[in-house]
Write a protein that binds this ligand. Structure first.
Ligand code: DX5
Ligand code: ZN
Length: 218
């Protein structure tokens, strides 16, 4: 099955956001990846639910909200009400991962659990039966433009094997360092949703970049 591209607006031009959102939508991106950072779980601070609410009517793309915040259960309702279609919470960010995922599902939003490069698949095994998507971080979270970590590929394969063995249905997303050179190995290992920030938005021609990536995950 063909994969899905989720451009990360973290790397977009913030003074031309509407243009940059519409550009990737016209190029065929299905999801828009929104990196929410709290200055605590990760050093940077980005945007909040008010911003997602304003963005919502501007696009038909699925809003894929990646919460890089401590204790995400405190804010998931607000992001759901703002119009998120998918909400991802890091297992490292809360002692209450099950509750956080339940809260997302109770809002009728797709629930995603996220693991950092240093976190094993074992850490999320007991919630895999309840998630719609698993996000395997392929860089350490916090910044765009980092190098893809090949050691994360094995975790994609493990998740695919568990999904097959136990009959689960979650999608497998990757985030960080995705470009025309790194996407194929992850696709072959079993990932089907691909976040791409700097590769799509840096330098020239986001439209051609998306076409190149889509071609590699057909
Ligand atoms: C990193 C963010 C990513 C980031 C990816 O913490 O979660 O979504 O935007 O950027 P690239 O594709 O440049 O690695
Ligand atoms: Zn992200």
């Amino acid at each position: 099955m063909a994969g899905i591209i989720a451009p990360s607006i973290l790397s977009a031009d913030y003074t031309n956001l509407e243009r940059d959102v519409k550009l990737v939508e016209a190029a065929g991106a299905e999801y828009l990846h929104i990196d929410v950072m709290d200055g605590n779980f990760v050093p940077s601070i980005s945007y909040g639910p008010g911003w997602v609410k304003q963005l919502r009517p501007e696009t038909k793309m699925m809003l894929d909200v990646h919460l890089m915040v401590m204790n995400p259960e405190k804010v998931v309702d607000e992001f759901a009400d703002a119009g998120a279609d998918i909400i991802g919470v890091h297992v490292e960010a809360t002692p209450h991962i099950h509750r956080a995922l339940q809260m997302i599902k109770n809002k009728g939003v797709k629930a995603e659990v996220v693991i950092n490069p240093g976190t094993p698949v074992l850490a999320i095994e007991s919630v895999l039966d309840m998630v719609d998507q698993v996000l395997v971080m392929t860089v350490n979270p916090g910044f765009g433009g980092q190098k893809f970590l090949p050691s994360t590929i094995e975790k994609i394969a493990q998740l695919k094997a568990i999904r097959e063995e136990l009959g689960y249905k979650f999608d497998i997303e990757i985030d960080g360092g995705v470009n025309n050179e790194t996407i194929t190995a992850a696709f072959e290992a079993g990932a089907n949703v691909f976040v791409a920030g700097s590769y799509v938005y840096d330098k020239i021609d986001p439209t051609a970049k998306i076409a190149t990536l889509k071609d590699l995950i057909k």
